[in-house]
Write a protein that binds this ligand. Structure first.
Ligand code: AMP
Ligand code: ZN
Length: 464
């Protein structure tokens, strides 16, 4: 497989540390609010990458953190903790906020057919790990205490800017959040590993540590969780492009200083989804969430289809016109496939055609995750001169990675009030000993996919 590596700034052949077992880490959500569909674009890309690796035969362990502490309003360690701010606003505890938005996040990812990572770990559950790393960094001279906080000394690492292609901090700071000066820092790019003092004291969650009562910085959480669950040799680390600097740059600095050797081989970053006014953000106006799309009547998988039609390394602009276009194309495609499926009983599968397409599909994805070409292949399959069963089997194979539920019948949308009314009518008919009518009602519901079951406690139903 070939993949673009942010660290080397080029497409490379994927050669893992150990081909028997791929270790993959993906930065998780900061759970202070609902994920917007921009965030979810990144999680879709990561899902495709993980499923591609599995399709290619690799054994993968994927870990994701949940940021429930330490992510300040600015990635440069200034501003208020996002979680604390949200808890205050919603009059809840930080942990309640974290639980609520973590559950919401997984409901959204499920609707988008994004597989849950093998290990999901909240930042607050790994404090001992951060303390272990920070203690060693202090011992080895990579970190220092100043003004009560512990900082990482970025002047101690060579090649600090390697992810950003040596674009210096002066340039980068111009394009990111407003940078407030922290006079405790020896170098502008130094970052906080452990806070005991910051300009706000209203932090709910604090832990005892050798450095004082406090809480971890945002960057150390990902290094800590990754090292704890995946060890010192990581194959892939993913996130959105905004994570490249300072988050991932700082993760490399602290992880490699701690373990004393190269850490992650491939850095894979997804480009942003923008709206007409620019970068999407959780704090800007009406947040575009999966539930909002559903409220407007869109199928979440139409959004997945929309995203997969573009390359993950290209910026994508969201508009409702574009989403409507994707939804129409998706519905048309799916209905064609379902028609084929329903007409494909007991037919031979042409294994030669299936194998040819399996190879082509793997080639598309192995070409730096070219999902747009992979989708074009679906249309090619539909045009093939072969049996419907072959087409359906081929598309089912593709769907292991694309996860668009292309061959899955939608479950009947159940109108409960209607079923209750029909059950009441049937009960009345039975009471009147009009068994013919009672049976007729049962059969007509069955035709609609609703199975009635008479139990001692009354009639229940099941949807086929
Ligand atoms: P957050 O919850 O803010 O920590 O972000 C979660 C993930 O979404 C990170 O990997 C970010 O890099 C990514 N992300 C943030 N904004 C966007 C966007 N507009 N488009 C795509 N990915 C994004
Ligand atoms: Zn991270």
């Amino acid at each position: 497989m070939k993949i673009f590596n942010t660290e080397t700034h080029q497409i490379e052949e994927f050669i893992p540390w150990n081909k028997e077992h791929i270790k993959m880490y993906t930065c998780g959500p900061t759970v202070y609010s609902y994920a917007h569909i921009g965030n979810l674009r990144t999680y879709i890309m990561e899902d495709i990458l993980e499923k591609t690796l599995r399709l290619l035969g690799y054994n993968v362990t994927r870990v994701m953190n949940i940021t429930d502490v330490g992510h300040l309003s600015s990635d440069a360690d200034t501003g208020e903790d996002k979680m604390v701010k949200s808890a205050k606003k919603e009059h809840k505890s930080v942990l309640d906020i974290a639980k609520f938005y973590t559950d919401a996040f997984f409901r959204d990812t499920e609707k988008l057919n994004i597989k849950r990572p093998d290990i999901v770990s909240p930042a607050t559950e790994n404090i001992a790990e951060y303390i272990k790393i920070i203690s060693k960094l202090l011992e080895d001279g990579y970190a220092y205490a100043a003004g009560g906080n512990i900082y990482f000394d970025t002047s101690k690492v060579s090649n600090y800017y390697r992810l950003t292609n040596h674009v210096k901090e002066e340039l980068i700071s111009g394009v990111r959040d407003t940078v407030e000066e922290d006079f405790n820092k020896k170098n502008k790019t130094d970052f906080v590993l452990w806070f005991t003092k910051s300009k706000f004291d209203a932090q709910d969650l604090k832990w005892e540590s050798p450095f004082g009562l406090g809480y971890p910085g945002w960057h150390i959480e990902c290094s800590g969780i990754s090292l704890k669950y995946l060890g010192e040799y990581l194959d892939i680390h993913c996130g959105g492009v905004d994570n490249i600097f300072p988050h991932h740059t700082n993760e490399i600095a602290q992880s490699e200083s701690y373990i004393g050797h190269p850490w992650c081989k491939y850095w894979v970053h997804g480009e942003h989804l923008n709206d007409a006014s620019g970068k999407m953000s959780k704090s800007k106006g009406k947040t575009l969430t999966v539930s909002y799309l559903e409220e407007l009547g869109y199928n979440p998988l139409s959004y997945r289809f929309f995203v997969l039609q573009s390359h993950y390394r290209k910026q994508l602009t969201f508009s409702f016109e574009a989403l409507t276009g994707a939804e129409n194309a998706y519905k048309k495609l799916k209905s064609k496939i379902l028609n084929l499926k329903n007409s494909s009983t007991n037919e031979e599968i042409d294994s030669q055609i299936l194998d040819t397409y399996k190879t082509k599909f793997k080639e598309c994805l192995s070409d730096d995750l070219n999902t747009a070409n992979a989708i074009t292949l679906i249309y090619d399959v539909l045009k093939e001169n072969t049996t419907p069963a072959t087409k359906v089997a081929t598309i089912e194979y593709f769907d292991q990675v694309l996860s668009l539920s292309l061959t899955k019948e939608e479950k009947n949308v159940v109108d409960e009030a209607y079923i209750k009314e029909m059950v009441a009518k049937r009960n009345k008919a039975k009471l009147n000993k009009d068994y013919a009518l009672a049976d007729k009602i049962r059969e007509s519901l069955l035709e609609e996919g609703i199975i009635l079951k008479d139990t001692r406690d009354g009639t229940t139903y099941e949807v086929k």
